[in-house]
Design a protein. Structure first.
Length: 247
């Protein structure tokens, strides 16, 4: 496992497979994982195998405050994560890139496609969750808002883990909202895969993203029996089929 220290000062693990065969396609896939997750599960593993099979470069990395850097979670925000992927595009990988992101990673990938239109040639969103920080603000109870105002953060308990939402995170989210725009200025081909049993990202969000992306080449795949993880055999098949369209 390799480590990279970003200009923001955060150090996280990454993996970079650089295709060297004569059949190498002319882009590298950058995979960005979800909120309070990491890039080492089955889904990115299968995407890596697809890249290896097709002679395509593959780069996956931990977002600041995640994985090996989890102790710094409360210090991070959307701007820091956005700058990470832009730094990878600018300084680490060469040539065109296909950005693939899960949940939060989908938001970060959308921002990268906007900021680096000359480099990003395709986008794959897997339960993409742009503007999810606004959901916390919209649905927070009065009690939760008081705690956030008092402490500057709010802890959410899940079945097997907990995570913290900070005012710093929410403010950076406000600075990077996409779905309140008339148009999302992305012109490259995009595929959005969304489970209809996703309890974290309500499936109509995928349709709203597709509606606002400026590109004429946008495909939405709604998987009726799939959840947020998109980790089952049928989900993986759909993801790999979607990736084939970028070839």
């Amino acid at each position: 496992m390799q480590k990279h220290t970003f200009s923001s000062g955060f150090t996280t693990n990454f993996e970079y497979f650089k295709a060297e065969s004569s059949e190498t396609q002319k882009f590298t896939l950058i995979y960005t994982h979800g909120f309070a997750a990491d890039p080492w599960g089955r889904k990115p593993d299968e995407i890596k195998k697809w890249c290896q099979k097709n002679g395509i470069g593959f780069f996956r990395y931990e977002l600041a405050g995640h994985g090996s850097d989890a102790e710094n979670f409360e210090k991070t925000d959307i701007n820091i994560w956005k700058e990470q992927i832009l730094e990878i595009i600018d300084d680490v990988v060469e040539g065109p890139v296909l950005v693939a992101g899960a949940s939060l990673g989908g938001w970060i990938s959308l921002l990268a496609a906007i900021k680096r239109p000359e480099r990003v040639v395709g986008l794959l969103g897997l339960a993409a969750a742009p503007d999810f920080t606004k959901d916390y603000e919209d649905f927070a109870t009065n009690e939760q808002k008081e705690i956030l105002k008092r402490d500057g953060k709010l802890v959410f308990e899940k079945e097997d883990f907990s995570y913290t939402v900070t005012e710093k995170l929410l403010e950076s989210g406000r600075q990077n909202l996409l779905l309140d725009k008339t148009i999302i200025p992305i012109d490259c081909p995009a595929v959005l895969i969304q489970g209809m049993e996703d309890n974290s990202v309500y499936w109509p969000k995928a349709l709203k993203i597709a509606e606002k992306i400026r590109s004429r080449h946008v495909m939405v795949k709604l998987l009726k029996n799939s959840n947020h993880r998109l980790n089952e055999d049928a989900d993986i098949r759909e993801i790999l089929t979607a990736l084939d369209t970028f070839l």
